[in-house]
Design a protein around this ligand. Structure first.
Ligand SMILES: Cc1ncc(C[n+]2csc(CCOP(=O)(O)OP(=O)(O)O)c2C)c(N)n1
Ligand SMILES: [Mg+2]
Length: 891
């Protein structure tokens, strides 16, 4: 057969099959078709036909035109409102950059997303009220100008605010670049701009809402979590990394809206592929409800002619780089290169002019299509929903940026470009004024503003709005912590064990027990927390559907719908997102949940530092516990596990207090005061404590006024020498498990070298550092007033002898406070990569054991000419120290 004959026969065959299918649709409906197709598939497979796997549906809208609900609002008014929001958002960025070139801001992100947000504002996003939860909305960070512009129309922000976009320092009306609750604490609720974190946090937030309901800490509500993100943003591993949690747990209160403008910063997201289809397959594979919003209503009649599926097939062949080209090209170009490949396709478009073709709207710019998708998402039961909306980046910027590769960073527009934009969106600004790019808001009694207000009233208030309406709670009293202040009576325990005991006790507390949220990423047994599995249960929305393998044991693995522990599996990022949701529930839900997130300390700050930063921005409260910390205290685990870093990485987080406690009573004092500060006084701070796994006896808390205060402020004198008048004196600082080495060094120095040393427990270098700089700063700015003295100086200014510090962290930690000591400080620490070996070997390797602390003290005394260098030389020999040993920093 000639090939054209073959094609014809083929076509006839396809036509017959399609006609039969149409008949079944008509007679039996969609369910009948599903059954038939399933049977056909099985039959084909049995006959040996291999059917390639695809998780994709055709490249058309998920919701066909005949299943679209009626649009409930005024399309005309909404279009006018949206145009005004577009204009003011653009003007805000353009004006900011005129005043100060390089100040930045984004025009094209919001320009592409305007319809996605406006349909939400007019019909979906619910505000918070006294007796109902609002929706939780993660706005895409770079779309912030649109969010401000919307608030301006709503009358919540003024022209003055808009003129101060990105001018937070020079004006009290300044608007922050992106969503930052730290900076605009009555406006922004959830920080999003570090891409990937917003979607991740949204998943855990939606899940945490369920947790609160299942545990009876908040009323059931139908509130939704909306997360708006960019298609480029889906390349971040965090964006997609937790999507199976959402489907596995049937979190149907979650809606992702991915703005598929096919572009990221530098160029196309998938120039040679198709991001909508790629994401569809990923999300469908993960069990999400996927709604594609690709084509606008203009395409409906064209697609209606596509009886043979030619157009749909052609749509599916085009790669995104080419779609982007089409969006930036003329209608004639589109006709030639898209429809031109087949006369039958050309025929479908023949009634459309080039101009009409160029303007064929995409789904994400069509309110009807977006509304239909949102409605379906909100009504969907049993799975999370993702909406993949196709748009054009820089929509409306015309020649100056629409769909261009440079569009992401466009911040300036000349008069001509502003004029075109004005014309396209019908903004009532005169020719004389246009060059100024003035902000425009119709009067309060205009139909636009009335509409905006009415719609928001129906939806119960404005979003975003951050309100904190929570009662403060009383921190547990001293009785709760007494046993920890009393010490262990010679019994050995690790600080990790001590912490777990405190946690278990807090969980039993009548007042606050229910509010505690223990969070652990598959490490509970490492920390000895498994008794808690049984005590309070592991949270699971579905309870426990199986008989646990250890059901017969006392401490069996108990999952329960009202379980309290969030056992997240191996995801520090996910657990940190829980921490943020639980630690900000006081604002989100008016519930004072107190998260305790315990993790392998090395996989905390350096792995999820950006989430910790976001937690600070969110004004999150709670305790982070870095378990089995210390570069030499965690024996055996080697380079990747041994943490000598986290305390220095905790320095930059401004509202984080970081402690490296050594004893049970220190931990008790810190936790008690932490609860008091965060939940009684409602301070926006959070805590980091490192915990070690070395067992030793814990003493009774020393008497004395300054001890409690010292623990909290960073240091206190643990042991004063009995020989105050000795000739050779030293001040030794120790932290965490290394405090014991310091105490041993004190003994060696006393017994063998006649050096009388005082020993200090340094619980927080960070607090000492913060306090020292606070005093310095005040003194710098108030030169003629009585200078303030840093706390550490107050403690040690009059103390005699040399200063030596040792910790299980890098030397930069003690070095950071050395300037406030009366004499130089010798710092010992664990700079360098870890090793797998025992504690003693590691402490020798990193030069922080009792012998090195002794040696460092002697060297310092020799430098001060208090002893001769030969004493030091002899000590090196007596202490069996190899002077030629490898430098741990570089080996
Ligand atoms: C973690 C992170 N990396 C890089 C950036 C810088 N950045 C800001 S926007 C952007 C491109 C965004 O593209 P897309 O997600 O597609 O959003 P669109 O603006 O196209 O809606 C980049 C790389 C960032 N904000 N966060
Ligand atoms: Mg994009």
């Amino acid at each position: 057969m000639a090939s054209s004959e073959a094609r014809e026969a083929n076509d006839v065959e396809i036509k017959e099959w399609l006609e039969s299918l149409d008949y079944v649709i008509k007679q039996g409906g969609p369910e009948r078709v599903q059954t038939l197709l399933e049977r056909l598939q099985i039959h084909a497979r049995q006959a040996g036909v291999e059917i390639p796997f695809t998780a994709n549906t055709p490249y058309i809208n998920t919701i066909p035109p005949d299943r679209q609900p009626v649009y409930p609002g005024s399309r005309d008014l909404e279009r006018r409102i949206k145009s005004l929001v577009r204009w003011n958002a653009l003007a805000m960025v353009v004006r900011a950059n005129r005043e100060e070139s390089g100040i930045g801001g984004h025009i094209s992100t919001y320009a592409s997303a305007a319809t996605l947000y406006e349909v939400g504002y007019n019909h979906f996003f619910r505000g918070k009220g006294d007796d109902h939860d609002g929706d939780i909305i993660y706005f895409q960070g770079h779309a912030s100008p649109g969010v401000y512009s919307r608030a301006f129309l709503e009358g919540r922000l003024t022209k003055e605010h808009l003129s101060c976009f990105r001018r937070e320092i020079r004006s009290e009306n300044g608007l922050s670049s992106y969503p930052h609750p730290w900076l605009m604490s009555d406006f922004w609720e959830y920080p999003t701009v570090s891409m990937g974190l917003g979607p991740l946090m949204a998943i855990y937030q939606a899940r945490f809402n369920r947790y609160l309901e299942d545990r009876g800490l908040k009323k059931h509500s139908d509130s939704k979590v909306w997360a708006f993100l960019g298609d480029g943003e889906t390349d971040e591993p965090e964006t997609l990394g937790a999507i199976t949690l959402a489907s596995r747990e049937k979190i149907d209160n979650l809606i992702f809206v991915i703005n598929c403008n096919l572009q990221r910063l530098d160029g196309p997201v998938r120039g040679n592929g198709n991001i909508v289809q790629e994401l569809e397959a990923i999300f469908r594979g993960a069990g999400w409800n996927v709604i594609k919003v690709i084509w606008g209503s203009d395409w409906d009649p064209v697609l209606a002619q596509d009886h043979e599926g030619l157009l749909v097939k052609r749509m599916g062949e085009i790669v995104d780089g080419q779609w982007q080209k089409f969006s930036a090209e003329s209608g004639a170009y589109f006709r030639e290169h898209f429809f031109g490949v087949d006369p039958r396709l050309l025929d479908m478009a023949k009634h459309l002019s080039d101009d009409q073709l160029r303007r064929m709207r995409l789904g994400g710019h069509d309110p009807q299509k977006v509304y239909s998708a949102y409605k379906a998402a909100v009504d969907n039961v049993g799975s999370p929903t993702v909406i993949l909306a196709r748009t054009i980046k820089g929509y409306g910027l015309g020649e100056s940026g629409e769909g261009k590769n440079i569009t992401h960073q466009q911040k300036k527009m000349n008069e001509d470009e502003l004029r075109q934009f004005r014309a396209r969106f019908g903004i009532p600004i005169s020719d004389e004024d246009i060059a100024e790019a003035p902000f425009y808001r119709p009067p309060d009694d205009s139909p636009e503003i009335q509409y905006v207000r009415n719609q928001r009233q129906k939806l119960r208030g404005y979003v975003p709005t951050r309100v904190v309406a929570v009662e403060s709670i009383k921190a547990p009293g001293d009785e709760m912590f007494e046993e920890f202040l009393a010490g262990t009576d010679g019994r050995e325990a690790s600080t990790t064990m001590v912490f777990v005991r405190i946690l278990a006790k807090l969980l039993r507390d009548e007042q606050i027990g229910d509010l505690i949220v223990p969070i652990v990423p598959d490490e509970a047994r490492t920390f000895g927390m498994e008794p808690l599995f049984r005590q309070v249960g592991i949270y699971s929305h579905v309870g426990q559907l199986y008989e646990p393998v250890d059901a017969a044991t006392l401490l069996y693995y108990k999952e329960a719908k009202d379980g309290q522990i969030l056992e997240e599996g191996i995801t520090e990022a996910g657990s940190m997102s829980d921490f943020i949701a639980a630690g900000s529930a006081y604002a989100t839900h008016g519930v004072n949940t107190i998260p305790f997130f315990i993790f392998y300390s090395m996989f905390g700050f350096q792995r999820i530092g950006d989430l910790i930063w976001a937690a600070g921005d969110t004004r999150t409260k709670g305790f982070m516990l870095g378990g089995t910390a210390g570069r030499t205290t965690l024996a055996g685990e080697g380079l990747q596990h041994q943490d000598g870093n986290s305390h220095i990485l905790a320095y930059p987080v401004p509202n984080l207090l970081a402690y490296d406690p050594a004893y049970a009573y220190e931990i008790a004092v810190i936790i008690q005061d932490g609860i008091r500060r965060m939940y009684e006084k409602q301070e926006d701070v959070f805590y980091y404590l490192t915990l070690m796994n070395e067992n030793y006896a814990h003493p009774h808390m020393p008497d004395g006024d300054g001890v409690r205060e010292g623990i909290l402020r960073g240091m206190y004198k643990l042991k004063a020498t009995e020989n105050q008048n000795a000739k050779l004196r030293a001040q030794l600082f120790g932290s965490g498990a290394i405090l014991n080495e310091v105490l041993e060094a004190e003994r060696l120095l006393r017994e063998q070298y006649n050096v009388a040393a005082d020993v200090w427990s340094v619980t927080s270098y960070k607090e000492l550092y913060r306090d020292g700089h606070e005093a310095e700063r005040w003194n710098m700015l108030h030169p003629s007033e009585k200078p303030r003295t840093p706390y550490i100086t107050q403690l040690v200014a009059e103390q005699p002898g040399v200063f030596v510090a040792a910790s299980d962290y890098v030397k930069a930690l003690p070095d950071s406070v050395s300037q406030w000591l009366p004499r130089p400080l010798v710092s010992l620490g664990t700079d360098g990569f870890g090793r797998s070996d025992g504690r003693a070997a590691l402490r020798e390797f990193f030069e922080i054991d009792r012998r090195f602390i002794t040696l460092a003290t002697l060297v310092a005394l020799a430098r001060e000419k208090k002893i001769k260098m030969d004493v030091v030389q002899k000590a090196i020999k007596d202490l069996e120290i190899d002077p030629e040993k490898a430098d741990p920093f570089t080996s």
